[in-house]
Design a protein around this ligand. Sequence first.
Ligand code: AMP
Length: 224
Amino acid sequence: MADLNLILLGPPGAGKGTQAAQLTNEFGIPHISTGDILRAALANETTLGKEAKRYMDAGELVPDEVIIGVVLERIAEDDARDGFLLDGFPRTVAQADALGGELAQLDRRLTAALLIDVPDDIVVKRISGRRTNPRTGRIYHVDFDPPKQEGICDEDGTELIQRDDDKEETVRTRLTVYHEQTAPLIDYYDERGLLCHFDGTASPREVHAHIRSTLATLKLEDEL
Ligand code: AMP
């Protein structure tokens, strides 16, 4: 079977992480989330984490030269041989070019760019309502998934926090950054015949079903 090399595009809060977790589980490919890699680096106080912190806290992109090397090394690892799902990368045209170049060198190609689209006002509502357990990473939402007792994690009683990059002002910056630097990738992948579009305001289950059927069609086309 051909390798399954996928990227997820879409604004913050579109549900990329949720879809990624399910798809990677079903297809047995690694979920490579640059946000998760950077947050882990931050928590472990590595050089990468220290470099990335101020950009992340401000909702800005970390510089291309910091993130590109990390991702190219990761997709060349053994567990990504049969495919991968990139979540949060590429975020700039330079990152997309670097990814395309590396795949060509490995004699591989991208299968599809999955765009999950959600309007800005819904993104702000979704993200600014998030509350996180700083100890376990468990996420709640003040309206859509509240804990039993306000501000306290149901699982271990830890006081929930609002992550700096989830604050409304930062979300607005992240959206501006998305529209200016990442949205051009929609045309970039459309021109290359790789873009598949999904309505991210639908339920996670519906989005998932739509992605699955699109991938099934692509696979059939590939085999014809
Ligand atoms: P995310 O969880 O994907 O929204 O990422 C959280 C933050 O990590 C972003 O706001 C950026 O500061 C940084 N980040 C994640 N992926 C990238 C990337 N591909 N390029 C630059 N910065 C990134």
